[in-house]
Design a protein around this ligand. Structure first.
Ligand code: CS2
Length: 490
């Protein structure tokens, strides 16, 4: 037996929360690109709450690449389980997904949904690389999928291409545009997406530019909830809790936060009742989260992996590493952050560190280590650039970058797959490395897609990296990591 409409009543009797609304009565108000685990534990869960009092906010999911989520959720009529991992874990069946479309199989069905009068929000969790941006923050016109979408706008492949086409169609139908909500870990995510869409439209459909500029809201957002990938332990626990099998359950920590910039137009759900913060100052939240939480995560991922740790909580049980990360957050990252109203940065740092220590979560460092070339420019490099300009220290901030370089070299040396859109280029660079700090750092700094010419040419930055790289070169155990990090103690 698998999870289905028929099994929901029996599941509810076992004490598992299930949708207490009539799923047949809900309409689809959201088209969401990227139905990965994060979206399903986060936004889809908020909308599941909202649907209990407002049926307009069902979600049509759109996969831009694989059919995996559609194939798992179709037999379950969109139902799936979230495990909330805490001292006392709980399980909950989510009912907000009304449909899953696989874009390459049917771009016209995706566009039909996007132009429906019921659709008020188009949102995305497609990760940094899904936006096809260049390092100046504009649209990467050399990206093959963007080139495709410019030539064949009626059958787009990218999120930006779908937005441009759907906006044109809505405009011609005389319909209001939808709100476009990026829910990815990119600084200024709404502004970046707006810029990318406008650059695309300017090049493909110039007469639409003014309408997009004037009428289409692209609020910035901050999203947060730690979401380890689905594993067999989860599948087993969910089966035990539900009494039936779920083909693709997902899991997260108890903590969940969603902050949206106050720019949305048209009919809205009751955001506040669902626990979503709508505010004028999203940038402060977003920056603090990206630089403190995600910056620390990437630091743990690369340094922890070098020492042989597998998970965030095990890396955090290493006092040398945990102290290093804490110092980096308190002394090097916090200095450049302005606290938004309602956020105490000192408390925030301690709360993040507590969340990292959660022993009930098996969050693999290898999962966080993915896509370093896309993540580090948002998580670490802006703090370094600002600290350099302000004359603050960057010694510790060079450690995650140097650890990333060593991590890449080790992956390549052991012929382990590098999960990164720049994998081919990174492999080539790693093969040129000799172990000499000055020349290896110079090799990695030649990565133009990651390091601006200004940063790569900064002598303090180069020296900081060489120092960190040399310190980390012998790390292969907790003991050797402790020795290396001792050089950076306050
Ligand atoms: C993590 C994030 O995988 C990663 O790179 O840093 O997914 C992190 O867990 C989330 O942003 C937390 O909200």
């Amino acid at each position: 037996m698998t999870l289905s409409t028929d099994s929901v009543a029996a599941i509810a009797k076992r004490g598992v929360k299930t949708p207490a609304y009539n799923r047949n009565a809900i309409t689809t108000g959201i088209v969401h690109f990227g139905p990965g685990a994060f979206h399903r534990v986060h936004q889809a869960c908020y909308f599941d709450d909202i649907l209990h009092s407002d049926p307009r906010w069902g979600i049509c999911e759109v996969s831009l690449h694989s059919a995996g989520v559609r194939d798992a959720l179709a037999p379950q009529v969109g139902l799936y389980t979230i495990a909330i991992l805490d001292q006392q874990s709980s399980f909950r069946v989510i009912g907000s997904v009304t449909e899953v479309l696989v874009a390459p199989q049917s771009p016209s069905s995706v566009l039909a949904r996007m132009i429906s009068a019921d659709t008020r929000i188009v949102s995305a969790t497609i990760t940094e690389k899904g936006y096809c941006l260049n390092k100046e923050g504009g649209l990467d016109f050399s990206h093959p999928d963007i080139a495709h979408d410019l030539h064949q706008p009626h059958t787009p492949k990218t999120f930006v291409g779908f937005l441009a086409r759907a906006l044109r169609m809505r405009h011609d139908l005389g319909r209001e545009p939808f709100n476009i909500i990026s829910c990815d870990n990119l600084a200024d995510n709404g502004h970046r997406l707006r810029r990318a869409v406008l650059e695309f439209v300017r090049s493909s459909d110039p007469s639409l530019v003014a309408w997009v500029e004037k009428e289409v809201p692209f609020p910035c957002t901050m999203v947060d909830s730690i979401t380890p990938a689905t594993d067999d332990t989860l599948r087993t626990r969910v089966k035990e809790a539900l009494g039936v099998e779920d083909l693709w359950p997902v899991q997260r920590e108890f903590f969940s936060q969603w902050v949206i910039e106050n720019k949305l137009r048209g009919p809205q759900p009751d955001w506040a009742a669902a626990g979503v913060t709508v505010t004028d100052d999203v940038a402060g939240f977003e920056r603090a989260k990206l630089r403190l939480l995600n910056g620390a995560h990437s630091t743990l991922a690369y340094t922890g992996s070098l020492a042989g740790y597998e998970t965030v909580s095990s890396a955090m049980s290493d006092s040398a590493l945990a102290n290093f990360v804490r110092h980096m957050m308190v002394e090097d990252i916090r200095a450049g952050l302005a606290a938004p109203k309602g956020l105490d940065l000192d408390q925030y740092i301690e709360a993040v560190l507590r969340r990292f220590r959660n022993p009930t979560i098996r969050h693999l460092l290898s999962q966080i280590a993915w896509d370093g070339s896309q993540k580090l420019p948002f998580r670490i490099l802006p703090t370094i650039a600002e600290n350099l300009a302000a004359g603050r220290s960057i010694a510790r901030l060079c450690v995650p970058l140097a650890a990333w370089f060593h991590f890449i070299r080790r992956q390549v040396r052991h012929e382990r797959q590098l999960m990164d859109p720049l994998a081919a280029q990174l492999t080539e660079l790693a093969q040129k490395c000799t172990g000499d700090a000055a020349s290896d750092v110079a090799i990695f700094l030649s990565l133009e897609k990651v390091f601006s010419a200004e940063l790569a040419g900064n002598a303090r930055f180069r020296t900081g990296l060489e120092n960190a790289y040399a310190q980390l070169s012998k790390v292969e155990s907790p003991a050797t990591l402790g020795e290396a990090l001792a050089a950076f103690s306050a």
